[in-house]
Ligand binder design. Structure first.
Ligand code: FAD
Length: 673
């Protein structure tokens, strides 16, 4: 057991005793030391915890951890402290130190990279106009929207299947905050902005930035917005045909009373990834040219939406359907009729989810749903792909925004939490941890800006072939990479709050639970990695040529800046390795590339983000932190596919060895290896 001397030593070691001596007189210090010893005797070896037990008195009188004990030496306070030391917690049942909570600041003004990005790329007049809107909106987030988002988390949607008299009603009941989010979305033009094209090719990027600010405060209303945006895009790409004009107007409205949201019903019991085989929904043509749909949709999010796009197989005159992708057509439907009755839909149940609970996600029986076929027969998957581009970009927005938000909250907290004698922002290791998170978030942010910029060009017919190829390649890469990184960064972010990061009522754990979906819906990491390969094959390698030449250009520019030349060199080396890999792997056949797909996609992501960070840092208006983050990014292995290839990870033996490893000792594969 430690004696008094050791206890004092321990306190000194933790940088606390000196602080006590400053805030208390010698006699009191002595009393404190004695108390410490007593506590220590009860809590063998748990010096820090014992200290924490008596520590409140050290901070007593200070309003927050921001103003440590140095500032309250008054006699009366000292007497109060002494009284409490004698009988800790006797008259204050729970003690009187309360940690100041992290607070949300203006997320636009706090985002240095966002501000410098728009300053660099947008015309000055546009910068000042949109900045004013962003500042106002970010303030609205602090004052109004963020707490609505929390309300959505606390007041979850529920399904009322029957009314009091036994009639089937299938009402999805959502809270008032969720409904208010719909109004906010319309008022703020969160979908409309992209389609009004007020800012020409920048309209898309300007919309994306606004959703990026909104997302972590939105109570997951960004989920219906993603699908609404996707549906508007599909309808627009079909040339807004007359029967869909009304729906398009609703989806892109700024008027809360006429704004509609849309669902996207693809996943069925047999598959969300494999919709070609998984889709069992059938469509019977009616005399008036409409269809009646029958099927079972296994995951339908934001099922309180006004309309949906869905896939089904048209039944021919002989009662047959075509199997596979070629049998799938795209349909438009309204969820309720003019009287508010469900359109041949039964809501079987709401899903019990890990996160995103604010969003009603349901299983639906389609029992004669009236629908319009909106794609040529058998072109359903091709037609809905426009929706997927948009929803994958929205997924990327949520991922990047989640990283940014947790970092901003954690850095605020680090300036309020006082441990081991100083604020945690004064502990270099903590700041290094946050700096690493920051580099990830910055890289992901620039990636998001890049695909939004490319999409904006495409939507205004200003994209070159190269831009279009890049957009096709990078959209799944950005979605898969940022989804995974968001989980890692947000998890690290929770740790930055210590135990409080794990407490539900701080609102922080929900960020991690919600982030998990980012890697699953709209395509899992593997499915998207295979989609990347598909884009390479379908374009005869043109998407890769666009990638290599764009990356090369950016690196050439950055290598002329002395502070960036080393990082540019390192990134160029990785790019060359990736080039060599693609040339070699092209000869090695399908299985090889399938095994390499995930590492390949990661290599594309890491290298491209590296070039974006370098490119931004090479701009004459770049800051020292822009340069530093580009340097830090390039420290890592940017081409994991090369390393894994060298160690034989994609060789044919690996396939069998991987299987043996996974099913080691399992009866599932006995005799089959
Ligand atoms: C909260 C939530 C909301 C959702 N909302 C909607 C919605 O609104 N509309 C909608 O249509 N869907 C929705 N989904 C469904 C979602 O899009 C699918 O779950 C997802 O696409 C995965 O499909 P699956 O569940 O069939 O998984 P599976 O396809 O069965 O995949 C299982 C695993 O196998 C892997 N895998 C599959 N095929 C391959 C392959 N060829 N190579 C390597 N690995 C492979 C996958 O990566 C995954 O890890 C939602 C899902 C969630 C969780």
């Amino acid at each position: 057991m430690m004696g008094e001397g050791c206890w004092t030593e321990a306190m000194l070691q933790y940088g606390c005793a000196s602080e006590i001596c400053l805030c208390l007189g010698e006699r009191e210090t002595c009393c404190m030391v004695k108390l410490g010893s007593l506590l220590l005797a009860r809590h063998h070896g748990r010096i820090v915890n014992s200290w924490a037990l008596c520590h409140p008195s050290c901070h007593m009188g200070s309003k927050s951890a921001m103003s440590p004990a140095l500032s309250h030496p008054a006699d009366t306070q000292q007497q109060g402290i002494l009284d409490e030391l004698k009988m800790p917690f006797s008259h204050a049942a729970i003690g009187n130190f309360f940690q100041e909570r992290p607070s949300l600041g203006n997320q636009f003004l706090e985002d240095a990279l966002l501000q410098s990005y728009i300053k660099r790329h947008l015309p000055p007049q546009m910068v000042s106009e949109v900045s004013q809107d962003y500042i106002r909106f970010a303030q609205r987030l602090v004052e109004e929207i963020d707490s609505l988002g929390r309300d959505c988390e606390l007041n979850l949607p529920r399904l009322q299947q029957y009314d009091a008299w036994g009639r089937r009603v299938d009402q999805i009941i959502t809270c008032s905050a969720w409904k208010k989010m719909k109004e906010v979305s319309a008022e703020e033009g969160l979908v409309a902005e992209a389609y009004e094209r007020r800012y020409s090719s920048w309209s898309r990027l300007i919309q994306v930035i606004k959703i990026y600010l909104y997302s972590p405060s939105a109570g997951l209303f960004t989920c219906p917005l993603a699908m609404t945006d996707g549906a508007a895009k599909v309808i627009e790409s079909l040339g807004v045909p007359e029967p869909l004009q009304n729906a398009y107007n609703h989806l892109t409205s700024r008027n809360p009373s006429s704004f509609w949201t849309s669902g996207q019903w693809m996943t069925e019991r047999r598959g969300g990834s494999d919709v070609a085989v998984g889709t069992e929904t059938i469509a019977h043509r009616q005399e008036d040219g409409t269809y009646r749909l029958h099927g079972y949709k296994w995951f339908t999010s934001a099922t309180d939406s006004d309309m949906s796009l869905t896939l089904g197989r048209v039944v021919d005159n002989h009662g047959n359907t075509v199997v596979g992708t070629k049998g799938l057509s795209l349909f438009y439907l309204e969820v309720r009729d003019a009287e508010g009755n469900l359109n041949g839909i039964e809501v079987q149940r709401l899903k019990e989810k890990l996160g995103t609970r604010q969003v009603p996600t349901a299983e639906l029986l389609l029992d004669g749903v009236k629908a319009l076929q909106i794609s040529p027969e058998g072109r359903g998957v091709a037609s809905i792909s426009n929706m997927l581009t948009i929803t994958r970009i929205h997924n990327t927005i949520s991922a990047v925004a989640g990283m940014r938000r947790i970092i901003n909250l954690a850095r605020d907290y680090a300036a309020k939490r006082f441990v081991f004698g100083k604020l945690i922002k004064e502990h270099p290791l903590h700041i290094q941890t946050m700096a690493r998170m920051e580099v990830e978030a910055r890289g992901a942010f620039l990636f998001l800006m890049e695909i939004s910029r490319l999409l904006g060009l495409e939507e205004t017919n200003m994209a070159t072939q190269q831009d279009q190829h890049l957009l096709r390649l990078l959209t799944p890469v950005a979605k898969l990479y940022t989804g995974k990184q968001a989980l890692a960064v947000i998890s690290e972010g929770l740790e930055c709050f210590g135990g409080q990061g794990y407490m539900e009522d701080t609102g922080l754990p929900a960020m991690l639970r919600d982030a998990q979906v980012l890697t699953i819906w709209e395509g899992t990491t593997n499915i998207l990695s295979l989609d990347v390969l598909r884009s390479v094959i379908k374009s005869n390698g043109k998407v890769l040529s666009a990638f290599f030449s764009t990356a090369q250009e950016k690196l050439d520019r950055a290598s002329c800046v002395p502070s960036l030349s080393q990082a540019a060199k390192h990134t160029m080396k990785a790019l060359n390795k990736l080039m060599a890999f693609t040339q070699e792997a092209g000869q090695l056949g399908g299985n090889y590339m399938e095994l390499a797909a995930r590492d390949f996609a990661y290599s594309l992501a890491k290298i491209y983000i590296g070039t974006l960070l370098l490119d931004h840092a090479a701009w004459e208006g770049a800051s020292a932190t822009d340069i530093y983050s580009a340097q830090r990014w390039s420290d890592q292995d940017l081409c994991p596919v090369d390393k894994a290839k060298a160690s034989g990870c994609y060789d044919s033996e690996s396939m069998s060895l991987d299987r043996q490893l996974v099913y080691d000792n399992s009866p599932l594969l006995k005799g089959k290896l």
